[in-house]
Design a protein around this ligand. Sequence first.
Ligand code: NOJ
Length: 973
Amino acid sequence: MKVLGTSALTSTLVLLSILPQTLAVKAGDFRTCSQSGFCRRGRALASRAKEGIASWRSPYSVDPSTLSLSPEQSSFAAAVTSSLYPDVKFSLEVRLHEDGVARVRMDEVDGLKKRYDEAARWALVAEPQVSQDIKWTIGKTDARVAYGKGFELLVEFAPLRVVLRKGGKEQVVVNGRGLLHMEHFRQKAEEPAPVEPSEEGSDEQTVLKVENVRAWFEGESEDAYWEESFSGWTDSKPKGPESLSLDIDFPNHAHVYGIPQHATSLSLPTTTGEDPFFNDPYRLYNADVFEYVASATTSLYGSIPLMHAHSADSTVGVFHVVGSETWIDVAHSSAKSTETQWISESGILDLFILPGPTPADVFAQYARLTGTAPLPAHWALGYHQCRWNYVSTDDVRGVQKRFDEEDMPVDVFWLDIEYSEGHKYFMWDKKSFPDPVDMMNDVAAVGRKMVVIVDPHIKRSDDYPVYKLAQELDVLVKQKGGETDYDGWCWPGSSVWVDFFNPKSWAFWSSLFNPKQGSQWSWTDSTEDVYIWNDMNEPSVFNGPEITMPKDNVHYGGWEHRDIHNINGMILPNVTARGLVERGEIAKRPFVLTRSFFAGSQRYGAMWTGDNLGTWEHMAVGLKMTLANSIAGMPFTGSDVGGFFGNPEPEMLVRWYHVGAFAPFFRAHAHLDTKRREPYLLDEPYKGIVRDILRLRYSMLPIWYTAFRETSVTGLPIIRPHYVVFPNDPNGFALDDQYFIGSSGLLVKPVTRPDVTEETVYLPENQVYYDYFTNQAYRGAAKGKNIVVPAALHQIPLLIRGGSILPTRERPRRASSLMKNDPFTLRVALDNKSRARGELYLDDGVTFSHKDGQIVWREFVAEKEKKGKTVRLSSRDLAGANTATAVESVALATYDPQNSFARSIGGVRVEKIVVVGLISKPSSVSVEGGSQLQWEYVAGVAAGEKKEGVASVLTIKDPRVDVASDWAIVIKA
Ligand code: NOJ
């Protein structure tokens, strides 16, 4: 096996010699708040407010005489003025949506320039419907509206303050601390004119004593208003200062989560205290941070400006749709409350307040705004084998062969950048990849897929059709001034970037994947079994400021890069996915992996947490990051198994496979400089353990797929932290190392430390939980309880919550597509009252026929007779039942239980049913109205007992029922 293709090696060496700095980038190459002018200004505002705590008063107020209600009276608009700048006008609009979400928008009116106001256009799935029956009451000093289950939204006029209350208690307060500041556009030479004091207001009297009101509020000097330098780069700031500061407080909510992506715990630590690692605000500025620190507030590859605040009786969300760099300070101001300050460089104020009151409500409210993650292709839930790089077509074939020889399931082989000639994506390096289509077909022959990388930087080379086409179409990002195409350095050397904000670029890009479209050049050296990885889309620019584009670069519509930086990465996967859907005769579900993301990116594919290190810390924080992404609407997420950098020892690698197998996106990946570490290279016992882990993942694919269906229609995350599942249990609010998988009832705690033989797991309720592998029954307690479970290297703490029914497929196969007709096993884990429930969702896993009702969606229920011990287990059609959500009812409108997909799996059986925790040995087991069945019973602890120990297990072999039909089995006591 070759270690590296010659041309790949050459191009990499050339690159390294040109760009040594790319390998030396450290977190220190990125700004801290004190190195960023607008962040400094925002924080300084907060300190001045704190110092002047008694006299501080926001200068912004609503002019009630301008207030106008919309015809349906659920929205109003009004003028806002600032006592600092009486001549500057602002507009405020407050809308209430049908589901109780409030939207607050504020912009400068008739300013010298225009603030960027299109972020919501990219993030939102559709324009939200305003309520038809919620009506504002307008008073002299405020506007208020009561709605839903005890909610009240209040807009106080002077100063402007927006409050969400529930049951009379304040839940969200905007501008309560007076940190709202929308810097208006101004002339550079403008001399600060003294402001005439206003006559009214006793608090203002104190303010008036301040010689210069503006200095009081904005500070003494123009700090980095017109130009700013960092690390040898100068930002020309042609529009001058336009930042936006906003305080959003959550009285009565001790925990806040979200605003990914940061390498930190799920419950966000305070950033304003003494902790030297957490004394900078959380930064949202999509960045390619080399060797990122495993615990920090620094920004990473993606940004979702969504925060949840949580307490035992309320969950709320705030979603501030801003595309520019944003810093967020978090202060847990008391044991019960949290204060935050959001400081953005540009853009309008566009804030959604999600009232909850439960986590599930917040997920639904956010999903209605930004959409859900669509159901991916079924194979995408299998195991993905990646490395930088498989270096030739034969290398790929060799890796596939070794997986097969070792009986290790895998669905996808990935190719990183070295497949391409000189890093011109789509163009194969024909020396090492002489027969790409044959290679792809060889992989596809065993039911597998390939994913190939296509980065957004385009080599400036006249022999590169993609470059020529983009140039001719004039869809490239421009440098400052807006005339000349921006040139930067990335893997290919001198490169340009398509400006995906330009609508002309969309069809051009999508068509590259589509050989059947008209005359434009397209990727003919490909097949429909190949899918795409979009990396480096922050965008990463090796010789740019903070490894990205200069902020004064110009995009379509004349907007500066500063305005849209965080949105930039989301359009590429969108148009790539579109290309994949359009390329075939039959539309198939796309698969695109993106590194950069923004709110709404979930609509286009999966994401991963980027270049992690092969360390235990990174393994542990990757899990927390995956949870944070999941609750912020990006459910299809995971981290590089093994760690991107470094050579993990076998113990670590094994543990990392467990972490990966319990993440929605399961991919191993490794840096160019690492040793090969495909799982078949491990020695025993590690190799065997990893084989078992892979098989475990495959056996559980029905559970994962069912969870993906749920997220695609409800927005509920696939992996769920404790506060989501047990919102009233404060013990779980900070838990982020154990989590639930969908609604399945599986609770997992991957081990992320060395030398572990047992692990503590927290059980949040008075319920029985069973060890997945041994059926050992553990008992929780009403107020929560820690238990200790075995966790030697071959073991992962995996528990089934009593009351769950898990569908699995237990026959080991080489790829998931080969499991299509495999029979199912049902594991019935009885709860304290001898009941259980579970779901199974199936469809063809490939096309969009599920949207036409070509599905099988079953509910399994086990119930015990009221008096007596007989248990009845039944299977019924859920798709036909009236339980569909609004989204589903569209898809289910055409549902027919006899649909052709259901018929195609008509013969697929349930081959085994395992009932755990029965009270006693049955006297008979039979299909209701049918024959007696064969079974075995091993006595043990019953579900409802107080005892711990191995539970009783009834195994029904070949129950002679089909998975897609209605049936019942009676287990007679
Ligand atoms: C950076 C990505 O994060 C990494 O996964 C990839 O291997 C390299 N780029 C090379 O494409």
